[in-house]
Design a protein around this ligand. Structure first.
Ligand code: PHE
Length: 343
């Protein structure tokens, strides 16, 4: 039996060492160490040897088992390593080939411009406020001194829901909301960017567009403050050389009211196609907050004065970047939009 064990062990080690693939290695393992394997068989014959010899034989069988297991494991490692080396040698990856390029997104031009406007005004101490796109007739019109049947409503013929709800036609309702929220405290110093809706649709008008409202309310606020503030804005947005001019205008919620023009940044004021020969480009509407508007929102016009302005974000973007058709801003054509690719 001793000889047989030595013989089986030698045979098994030899078989493992010369084995050429992992599958037959598994077969070898089964043939010697499996339930019916040759070494297992020997250990089952333990009963046939004398009780004195039994422990020695047991030890010898265990040793043989370990040796064979080790031989199989060694060969398995060798075969795996060889397979790896072979697949590496066969692999023909060309690391100089260009990879797959995923196009990087960028912010929409209107987001970029809105943020520029926000940065300029927050830099002057304004707080950003958000209004809601669905408004009541009161905030969109009445609180802004536009009573029912006022002709100014025609210009803002709009999208109505049932009842007295509508899609806001301008960001000016934010003026009334801001004043109500402040409950008589001052200064009130906010800008309110957001989406507005009007029944307009052509190359320079969209039924949905963006405005930024501004409101400053304090003691002794003058039209000079309005002009200085808007000049600082124009110079930061369009260039340090820019001048502005105020033209008399009318809005029911400001008195006096003014359209604000900026000196043409394409020709410097000499007159060109962009400014239609005038040297000036209109950029926003503004004025001193009407006393009645202050009163309706709980402020005393004897004590406080304020100015307000409202500008169109699309208009500012089109002027600044020379975009001639507003619809391009909403077509979502990446060939156009990626032209402004700043993240
Ligand atoms: N709300 C006005 C508009 O949409 C703009 C404006 C705002 C005018 C604030 C004066 C003061 O045309």
């Amino acid at each position: 039996m001793w000889d047989k064990l030595t013989e089986i062990q030698a045979k098994a080690e030899e078989a493992a060492a010369s084995c050429q693939d992992l599958a037959s290695l598994t077969e070898i393992k089964v043939a010697y160490l499996g339930k019916k394997g040759e070494i297992t068989q020997i250990s089952k014959m333990m009963g046939k040897v004398s009780p004195e010899e039994r422990p020695r034989l047991g030890q010898a069988v265990n040793q043989a088992k370990q040796k064979v297991e080790a031989a199989i494991q060694r060969r398995m490692d060798e075969l795996k390593e060889a397979a790896l080396q072979q697949s590496l040698a066969e692999e023909t990856a060309d690391v100089t080939l260009p990879g797959t390029v995923f196009p990087a997104g960028s912010l929409h031009i209107l987001t970029i411009v809105r943020r520029e406007i926000e940065d300029i005004f927050t830099g002057m101490g304004y707080t950003i406020m958000e209004g809601s796109q669905v408004e009541t007739d009161y905030y969109n019109f009445e609180a802004l001194n536009i009573p029912k049947d006022h002709p100014a409503r025609d210009m803002q013929d709009s999208f109505y829901f049932s009842g007295n709800l509508l899609l806001r036609t301008h960001t000016s309702p934010a003026q009334a909301h801001a004043m109500e929220q402040m409950q008589g405290q001052y200064p009130v110093k906010i800008i309110a960017p957001g989406v507005v809706y009007r029944r307009d649709d052509d190359a320079t008008h969209s039924p949905m567009f963006h405005q930024v409202e501004g409101l400053l309310l304090d003691e002794h606020v003058t039209m000079g403050d309005l002009k200085g503030t808007l000049r600082a804005f124009a110079q930061q947005m369009f260039g340090a050389e820019r001048q502005i001019r105020l033209r008399p205008s009318f809005f029911p919620f400001t008195e006096p009211s003014a359209e604000v023009d900026v000196s043409c940044f394409a020709c410097g004021g000499a007159g060109c196609r962009l400014c239609k020969g005038s040297g000036w480009i209109e950029i926003l509407g503004s004025g001193m907050v009407h006393p009645h508007v202050l009163e309706m929102s709980g402020y005393d016009p004897q004590k406080l004065t304020g100015f307000a302005f409202g500008m169109g974000v699309e208009r500012i973007a089109m002027l600044k970047y020379g975009i001639t058709d507003m619809r391009l801003l909403f077509d979502n054509d990446v060939r156009f939009l990626s032209g402004f690719g700043r993240a």
